[in-house]
Design a protein around this ligand. Sequence first.
Ligand code: ZN
Length: 326
Amino acid sequence: MHSITAVAQRLGLGVVRGRFRCIFPERHAHGDRTPSVSINEDKGYFKCFVCDNVKGNVVTLVQLAMGITREGALKWLKDDSPSIIRDSQKFFLKKRTKSEEKPEFFKEKMIFDFLSLLSPIQPYSMIGWWLAKRGIYKATWDKVLLRCIDDYNLASRKLLEKYSLEDLQIGGMFNSYGKLRYGRRPLIIPYIDEKNRPFFFQARAIDKSIQPKELNFQGTIPFPYNKSALDGKPGTVYLCEGPIDTLTLLQRGFSAVGIPGANTFKPEWTSLFNNKKVVLCLDNDKAGRAGEERIAGLLKGAGFETRSFGLLPEGEDINSWFTRQL
Ligand SMILES: [Zn+2]
């Protein structure tokens, strides 16, 4: 069977990320500027969100797009078959390359290259002030290798010199518009392991108006933030929501790790907490409390002792609580 995406491309429908503009743009607001027809490549099916009768398989697609009969569509598909097969193969090949044929540590290498383009945080920079206001100072931010994107265009250009745009998109570094992500979130917080190797990062906005304030690197979260605190030695470790709360405790000499969000703790991480008593320090809000309950259940189930920090007033987090005490 033909790839429906390849057929749609041959029909000049301009498929972008599994979508194209409706064959009947006049039925749509703004001439269907934001494409309404989606393709399900696996099922060989297409469907318009607005028009009831714009849906079907490859044959229907040819009929509608060319305004011909079913017999005509079948004939067109047959006559054009060699080209469609060639295009389909190209398409399937591309799809497979995307998911499977990247070398091992492809994403990790890209993270490493990205971080090496960035500068450490300067004490009198905007980000430096922002961190200091939160009671987090240079010795701490240097230790955990915080970085900032000080020249967004230069970082984009350097990455494009090293990688193709397609690879940067597959790696999750660039968005589908061909732009480096994280543009308005200049504080880069790498997740490094005990050997100082970065496997993941979060980008943080320092401008309050930007939501969400944190953007994760696209990929699996390999381990909690500041993993090196999970060294297997007997002791207490504080488990925080987000890197800023983690850094707040590290700054004050506590051993702490973080999870990117209240709901991101993974069951397989429990084994990392060997020999640790865990104090849960998630935000005192609905999500944080639910997260603590879930994590406590997972850790207890794996034989670990946990308790809640329990001192935060409603709506507060570790950083706001400590900062208020200063
Ligand atoms: Zn339509």
